[in-house]
Write a protein of this length. Sequence first.
Length: 409
Amino acid sequence: MRIYKVGGAVRDRLLGKPVTDIDWVVVGATTEEMLAKGFRPVGADFPVFLHPKSGEEYALARTERKSGRGYGGFTFHASPEVTLEEDLIRRDLTINAMAEDDQQNLTDPYHGQRDLDARLLRHVSPAFAEDPLRVLRVARFAARYAELGFTVAPETLELMRELTESGELEALTAERSWKEISRALMEDQPQVFIQVLRDCDALKVLMPEVDALFGIPQPEAHHPEIDTGVHTLSVLEQAARHQQPLTVRWACLLHDLGKGLTPEEEWPRHIAHEHRGLKLIKAVNERFKAPKDCQELALLVGQYHTHGHRALELKPSTLLELLQSFDVYRRPQRFEEFIAACEMDARGRKGLEQRSYPQADYLRGAANAARSVAVQPLLEKGFKGPALGEAIKRERLKALKAYKGAASA
Ligand code: CTP
């Protein structure tokens, strides 16, 4: 049996990037031999094992044939006769299809190293089409390595487009898609992920609500970039530049979906886009079964981001409603994330990337003012039940009036 390091570990070592997990491929072995050496099988009919000590993945060299639609539609063929080259040819990208033995001798039959040097994400063979998730993977790698100058090879983009047109993307499960989307959003240049999906027409299938924003104008006075899709990409870019968490990045991507529904005769204005967008945000959330905190923040940011921008002009009663909607008393972190998303939205505009955003501190101050209202004195005065709730609200409103007064003095 011969054992090789494969995939990301080889790629990232050659790129000089840190290697986190290592995948191994085993040539010339049977399942029985692996079990005899103490490897633990990952699944019943999947030729992948975990090393008894390191826990790393060891896969028997295999060929894959697609036998049907979707991820279930695979048959694996693993046997001691399958060669390293046969295993590598079924992989997604040439830069992911290199192997290395324990002496660091490279096996690179599909010229991964050449493509690393040329900064190209290129598919290995037509077998690329056997897993439609690869459309998202390539877009994710493009986002990750954009700063190194990587781009998608034109013939690979074409194959991604064909795969999209064949309808295969619709067979992807929410879980597999979300895993790619969430990882891509956490890359340094997540806007590249969306751009590449758009370039191969996959965005139209995966998130038609986001795709629809391209070509929709906004008022130049607030949005020098004019195009709503371009703005969305810039907001996402800012979110990554400011190292925002996934929740904020997801909310940034979806915050303006309502602009896609504005009647054309109202362009470039988008009155009520906040409310109009909610059902679209909900649809995208559910399509990918996004985690609850991502779903919630995206909806709240969608509904209230313009409140954030107008924070300094809001009446105390409107400020209070905003704070109540966020339940800032029990969920302070979520409100911070809302503020961050608003700030990214304000900066994700051409030429305004460095602007200050005084709304952020103003909103924090307002939340503190409302939070500072103590409940105990009201209890002591004998308030209870709904009357207590009303009394707390009155006191908070008073605190916000004082806060606003002091801030504008
Ligand atoms: N692979 C593939 N097609 C997929 C998933 C994986 O061809 N849909 C192959 C690639 O050769 C890849 C290897 O399996 O390099 C390991 O996959 P994975 O661990 O998902 O990705 P990495 O390449 O290690 O990248 P990352 O750094 O994102 O984990």
